[in-house]
Design a protein around this ligand. Structure first.
Ligand SMILES: C[C@@](CO)(OP(=O)(O)O)[C@H](O)COP(=O)(O)OP(=O)(O)OC[C@H]1O[C@@H](n2ccc(N)nc2=O)[C@H](O)[C@@H]1O
Ligand SMILES: Nc1ncnc2c1ncn2[C@@H]1O[C@H](COP(=O)(O)OP(=O)(O)O)[C@@H](O)[C@H]1O
Length: 303
């Protein structure tokens, strides 16, 4: 059963477990090849925002999912296809008898189908939250396999720390030296079709991601990221011309570096300070009140 409800109603009524579902940001994404099944091989430098969806979990007489938040309505009529439900059911299947019914509340703050992995982050948060609620753990291998079944980005979102991911996202290596960045996430609220972006790629065998080992300063990291690419950005720009507009707006408001995340259309701008990022997000919101602008600090690798 699915309904819309304020999160405050939910948490006021009982004690619950909370999990954050942080936005995933592809600082760089190189398409390096293609598997025989058609999936593209990727080299990605990924970090996570101190901003995202929020999920609450509690014991309940029956299974239930409620939604709130700016983008909750987008998912309200999806006929039970929410990745939160898929995660719950897969985890229940994996652990069996102890999995009592649960009520889950999803505060949907991240735009849907926007290249920042909101659905994947929700799926990963559901696995983490329900393992806590059900008092169970899975081996690292079983959990990783379950996560990958839910989506290519779900293993990364289980980590929610800076990392390099290869393969289709399942080969993960932590990047403990990546610093926090002051960032603005910007989206014209136009969904982009991920398969269509991959289909439009001009070349599928691009150079791999090459980062000098652990650049010492933030400025060195910025230079290394600037020298990398998002190979999905040119085809996404063909589909959604607003991506070029929003990148130019971030630059005009003082971003040191701008790029698209994932298959788009969200772009990020890295700023010198959080004060600069917050000022830019407020000014951008005034210019385009209907679009999505969010200032956030990203997590550091050492956090
Ligand atoms: C591009 C990335 C980068 O982090 O992020 P998002 O844009 O989704 O945030 C991901 O690899 C998105 O992976 P995933 O979440 O599995 O994408 P889906 O929407 O399920 O994939 C839809 C379709 O895109 C194509 N696809 C996807 C991933 C990949 N490595 N190669 C592909 O060719 C396939 O045709 C697939 O059927
Ligand atoms: N909890 C969820 N949040 C967002 N999207 C979801 C969710 N559950 C299912 N979906 C579906 O998954 C697709 C990808 O969503 P999302 O993870 O937001 O994309 P992206 O990785 O591009 O940001 C959407 O088309 C959406 O309908």
């Amino acid at each position: 059963m699915m309904s819309s409800e304020n999160r405050s109603d939910f948490s006021a009524s009982c004690s619950s477990i909370t999990e954050e579902a942080r936005a995933k940001i592809n600082l760089a994404l190189h398409v390096t090849g293609q598997r025989p099944d058609g999936y593209h091989l990727l080299d990605m430098l990924v970090t996570f925002a101190d901003h995202g969806d929020r999920l609450d979990f509690m014991r309940s007489p029956t299974d239930e999912l409620t939604l709130s938040g700016r983008f909750g309505e987008v998912l309200a009529g999806d006929g039970g296809t929410n990745l939160v439900l898929k995660s719950r059911d897969l985890l229940r299947q994996a652990i069996g008898t102890v999995a009592f019914p649960v009520r889950i509340h999803l505060e949907k703050n991240l735009p849907v189908a926007s290249g920042i992995g909101g659905g994947s982050a929700d799926a990963a948060a559901t696995l983490r939250g329900l393992m806590r609620l059900w008092g169970t753990t899975l081996s690292a291998e079983t959990l990783a396999a379950l996560a990958l079944k839910l989506g290519a980005d779900v293993p990364m979102c289980l980590e929610s720390r800076p990392l390099i991911a290869r393969g289709i996202g399942e080969k993960i290596e932590a990047v403990p030296d990546l610093p926090a960045f002051a960032m603005v996430l910007a989206n014209p609220l136009k969904g982009v079709s991920t398969p269509e972006v991959f289909r439009r790629l001009a070349t599928k065998n691009n150079p791999a991601l090459s980062l000098a080992p652990s650049p010492p300063q933030t400025a060195d990291w910025l230079a290394a990221i600037a020298a990398a690419r998002n190979d999905l950005e040119p085809p996404a720009r063909e589909l959604v011309p607003e991506i070029a507009v929003i990148s130019a707006m971030l630059e005009a408001h003082g971003a040191l570096l701008t790029r698209m995340s994932g298959s788009g259309a969200t772009c990020f701008g890295i700023f010198a300070t959080m004060t600069a990022a917050e000022g830019a997000a407020a000014a951008l919101h005034d210019e385009r009140p209907g679009w999505y602008f969010q200032a956030t600090e990203t997590v550091s690798g050492g956090a």
